[in-house]
Design a protein around this ligand. Sequence first.
Ligand SMILES: [Zn+2]
Length: 184
Amino acid sequence: MGLRGGKSEHENPDRKGEAMTATSGCFTLRVAKESLGFSAAHFIAYRSSREALHGHNYGLTVTIEGTLGPNGYVIDFGIVKQAAKRICDELDERTLVPTRSDAVSVVERDGAVELTCEDGAQFVLPRTDVVLVPIVHSSVEELSRYVCERLSRELRACASGALTAVEVSVAEAPGQAASYRVLL
Ligand SMILES: [Zn+2]
């Protein structure tokens, strides 16, 4: 006999009514579009070692939990897509430079950004080609937190219902992603 067909002999009929009326669920929306992504260069640096400069085609997935608004939406998908796309566009075709690294010094000078690493390596990039990100490492973990915190602030203000959580997953390759979740 399958598990679903089986009934517990201890089943209490009163609990059925309880389950029917005490629904305390919330809704989950997920936006994962091919257009939600960015191509960027980066390297991860520690005091003892660093990666060579390289790039990824990053992909973004946004997951939102919340309650229903009077219009039958938790939040309009269009608002989520536009807000996420704006952040992706800021990062697209740029070099991501963490400004809180303890292994890379970052100096802005004469329209350029100068990076000096612990191993003595130096990069000078046009300021317009760089996004200064207030993180320590440009890992997908820290990038997902950065995007999630920005996005959740923005979406919270224009949701139809009450948002309870926003999660952003950043993939650096297909099937290889990290996500960060903010509880609101
Ligand atoms: Zn990488």
